[in-house]
Design a protein. Structure first.
Lengths: 82, 197
């Protein structure tokens, strides 16, 4: 059953194909993050292997993930179990 | 080699002899690959949104795959058509240039699938397809740099010491074993090695 109080996450994963500058640009242009935050998130993907780039309702996260796939990034939807 | 730069409110791409034709051919192949359900490269362009939940994955794919495939194929065909129309030089508006950047990622993803590049530790093979893979990366990188310049983002904020190097898997990490012969200069991505120019 849907639990409306549980936020969902959009996670972007590191991959060997995408250029760092490209990933940073996608975060800035698509999510509207300021340059510094886009850079921080990109570096998280690069160094930690993944980063949570958005949280909220499941349908919204699915739209984000579909958009990330259109940009060619590796992205998944996850439940925030923390 | 093909040159990319910001010009006015757009991005100017001046193609080196023959390179527009190569790129158009690759984009046409890409449009076919994304329509071919049996092609593993297609699968790599359509990763699972729910790797641990087969049911949710299937549901997500039911709602998204067809549209995604159509958009990727259409973008690749638009790129090819533009290249056939403007073989030596093209002035792109920012939206079209961002579209090119997306298609370049899809092209590199398809090539990575063919070349067995699965992780950052996999070297780009010293072959013609490997050189094409690096050339596409260089083209995308200069395109992004020009687009960021239009947005007022200085290249120095983007061109981190290991920026282009990481992306092309050339090593400034500590895995300096396998592919010394492909090692780039240390100039931060001005010219990845490889022979496609």
């Amino acid at each position: 059953m849907a639990d409306f109080s549980t936020p969902w996450l959009t996670i972007v994963w590191n991959d060997p194909v995408n250029l760092m500058a490209y990933v940073e640009r996608v975060f800035r242009r698509y999510f509207g993050y300021p340059q510094g935050e886009a850079h921080r998130l990109m570096m998280l993907v690069h160094t930690e292997g993944r980063a949570v780039v958005a949280s909220g309702p499941r349908e919204e996260m699915e739209r984000h993930v579909e958009a990330m796939h259109e940009y060619g990034l590796q992205a998944t939807v996850a439940k925030d179990d923390a | 080699m093909t040159r990319v730069r910001a010009e006015g409110t757009g991005v100017r791409v001046d193609f080196a002899e023959g390179e527009a034709g190569i790129l158009a051919g690759l984009a046409e192949q890409l449009a076919e690959i994304v329509d071919d359900e049996r092609d593993p490269a297609r699968g790599r362009m359509l990763p699972s949104a729910y790797p641990d939940d087969a049911e949710a994955d299937a549901e997500f794919r039911r709602w998204t795959t067809s549209d995604l495939v159509d958009r990727k194929a259409a973008a690749a065909r638009r790129l090819a058509a533009r290249l056939h129309a403007d073989e030596s030089s093209a002035l792109l508006d920012p939206d079209e240039a961002d579209g090119w950047a997306r298609t370049l990622t899809d092209l590199r993803t398809a090539l990575a699938s063919r070349l067995g590049i699965e992780t950052d530790d996999d070297a780009v093979p010293n072959t013609t397809p490997g050189a094409v893979y690096e050339w596409l990366g260089q083209l995308q990188w200069t395109l992004i740099e020009a687009l960021d310049e239009l947005d007022g983002i200085a290249p120095t904020e983007i061109a981190l010491p290991d920026g282009i190097e990481h992306a092309d898997t050339d090593d400034d990490d500590d895995d300096a074993d396998a592919h010394d012969d492909r090692r780039d200069d240390d100039e931060g991505g001005a010219a990845p090695s490889g022979g496609a120019r």
